[in-house]
Ligand binder design. Sequence first.
Ligand code: AMP
Ligand code: FE
Ligand code: FE
Ligand code: ZN
Length: 330
Amino acid sequence: MSGGTRRTQRGRRGDGVRTASPGRPRPTGTSRPDRARPGGPTPVTSRRVIDLHTHSTVSDGSDDPGRVVELAVEAGCSALALTDHDSLAGIGPARRRAAELGITFVPGCEVSCRPVGPGGMHVLVYFVEQDGGPLDEELGRLRQDRRRRNLALADRLAALGIPVTYDRVTAIAGGEEGIGRPHFAVALVEAGAAESIDDAFDRYLANDRPAYVGKARLTGPDVAALARDSGGVAVLAHPYSMGLEGTELARVVGDLAESGFGGIEAIYGRYSPRQRTELGHLARRFDLVATGGSDHHGTSKPDLRVGTGQGDLKVPDKVLGLLEARRPSG
Ligand code: AMP
Ligand code: FE
Ligand code: FE
Ligand code: ZN
């Protein structure tokens, strides 16, 4: 990819646009990540890596929040963020387990946004709490619409003559909260309508496939504003999912930086060294923190493991401090 001939006017931002953004004072009740305290359990290894992108049973992961924390400790992480889709409900249990095990916990979530290219745009938000604040409230509305979408998706499958019921999908998900397309994919495989999770998406669930039903989506700048008003920081997740490259990708990343994003996920479980390097360049160009994480889901994405991704993931622990520095100043 030889982007760079038509650089945007924005370039590197050294003028304090972001830090001067009119962030409200941080609401009381939101907190710094719960750092492992001296006097707490002594870490067994010297932990120099972190994982800022993981899912639990609260959304479409297969490990409960406490187990995700245990996996991070087993992988040698010094800090872990839990980033379930549309929900902050795993924060309490994960934080408790992290305190017991002496690992730094970062509360977060992941929001699927309105696409700006052929693919999807996901945004991670960090340092937010289940406290009824602006983001928490909006997530409640998104979950309501997710439920409507799930019921419609089940109707769609029924109309296609596929024996997958909403009740069965609910059972697979362990409850109605957090049902997502990956749970439908498991049900489709179980019913013999697809050969694998990927095949279920390719045949039925992906955008523009016959069972696809859309759901309410915020824009990236909406999420950046909600994050800021809740004392948090927005980060563009797995940027290549947007289906953009080169100058197009740079334009979108530049716009997001302008709208208040604090980082982009450059060190992602499924990205090649070359892709990670290119995203690192974009981060520097637009004054964003280059963050990273595995996107661990457990059984639905068995190739991605907490802390190590596909085996080559190494997110330096200093990234967390850089990200914290992007929180709105109070
Ligand atoms: P939902 O939020 O219910 O629409 O589902 C989003 C989840 O589906 C995310 O975890 C994605 O990683 C997963 N997903 C989306 N598209 C695909 C695909 N083509 N193949 C496998 N998983 C996908
Ligand atoms: Fe997911
Ligand atoms: Fe995602
Ligand atoms: Zn994710």
